[in-house]
Design a protein around this ligand. Structure first.
Ligand code: IMP
Ligand code: MG
Length: 343
């Protein structure tokens, strides 16, 4: 049993839903052939596999599957030093392709990000992504094809990914952040510098909407956000610690704010993304008895009820449930929830 076709992975809330873990699971389980990473270094995707933890800002999280071709899409913004350090850490040099048209984050962009009073007031990650995108929009940015150090990796990733889809291969378009951080659909001005929706992920990768088979929207069992801006039903830091929800950002180490799962918001973000499936991560944090569970029927009744409520609110099946930090701590309901999954 192996899934074929093209799946977009998008985040539903304010990022940090666990997209890295879901992508790494799918890569291993479905033997994904091609994974295109979009977005930039402001996002950190955490992958825990075989006892090692990776915090990926550039390399696609599907790298854990040895035969997966790893692409950085045309819409992405590249921090070359970060890329080099992750190549060293993951050892995937031979499998990486960087689109010629991806743009470059320079040192000046990160200092502009950190110095700007306006950007500071939004609580940006300070990685320079906003200023680099400004430069791209002004059409004065450097692109990947302009840098000798990227030469060994340059590729026409758009052609590669579309050919893989033509050939019926298994493809993932890996989105970053979440819909509520979208420049268009999020809590403006407390958002990131790009649209983070499934449509925008396709656009950054150069894949047309009719070529996508599934949109897998990742939602965490509770909500967190870093930086400034409204967070409906936010709980206090002390309450978050008490509930076991307190987190620190994988990228910047900043404390995350938290709030309970929001069913109304889930419905809205599922619609905007055109979600065909949902992944719900960290169910083990809400219900400790779920830890490492691999079967839905082994979950406590309240856990099962919570998942059913999400399905009712959104009208979308919850196919994947995260029950622990490891890539393989997953309940995979796709064989029963998606008739088309069985090949
Ligand atoms: P920027 O993307 O660094 O400009 O930051 C803008 C806002 O988006 C800030 O609130 C950041 O904390 C938030 N942000 C950007 N990327 C991520 C992410 O990957 N996860 C969570 N928040 C993010
Ligand atoms: Mg993250």
């Amino acid at each position: 049993m192996k899934r074929v076709g093209c799946t977009v992975i998008a985040g539903g809330f304010w990022g940090d839903e666990g997209k890295g873990k879901i992508v790494s699971y799918l890569a291993l389980r479905d033997k994904v052939d091609v994974c295109v990473r979009t977005g930039s270094v402001n996002a950190a995707h955490t992958v825990l596999f075989q006892g090692r933890t990776f915090k990926l800002h550039m390399i696609p999280a599907a790298f854990v599957h040895d035969n997966c071709r790893l692409l950085i899409g045309a819409g992405a913004n590249i921090d070359v030093a970060q890329l080099e350090s992750e190549l060293h850490e993951t050892g995937v040099r031979k499998r990486l392709g960087v689109d010629r048209n991806a743009s470059i984050i320079e040192l000046k962009h990160s200092s502009q990000d950190k110095k700007s009073e306006h950007l500071k007031s939004l609580g940006t990650t300070g990685r320079g992504v906003g200023p680099a995108i400004e430069e791209r929009v002004k059409r004065s940015a450097k692109l990947a094809k302009d840098l000798p150090e990227l030469k060994p990796f340059l590729a026409d990733t758009v052609d590669e990914v579309n050919t893989a889809i033509d050939e019926g291969k298994t493809v993932i378009l890996e989105g970053t952040q979440g819909l509520m951080l979208s420049l268009y659909h999020g809590t403006y001005p407390f958002v990131t510098s790009r649209d983070t929706s499934a449509s925008a992920i396709c656009s950054e990768a150069g894949v047309g909407p009719s070529r996508v088979d599934d949109v897998l929207l990742v939602l965490k069992a509770f909500i967190t956000r870093v930086g400034a801006g409204d967070l409906p039903n936010e709980i206090s830091r002390a309450e978050a610690i008490d509930r076991g929800w307190f987190e620190k950002a994988a990228g910047t180490g900043r404390e995350r704010r938290s709030a309970p799962f929001n069913f109304e918001l889930a419905r809205r973000v599922a619609r905007i993304n055109g979600a065909t499936e949902l992944a719900v991560t960290k169910l083990d944090i809400l219900y400790n008895e779920c830890t490492h569970a691999k079967e839905f029927t082994k979950l406590p009744k309240e856990g099962q009820k919570f998942i059913a409520e999400i399905e009712k609110a959104t009208g979308v099946p919850v196919t994947i449930i995260g029950t622990g930090p490891d890539a393989l701590d997953i309940i995979d309901r796709r064989p029963t929830k998606l008739p088309t999954y069985l090949k």
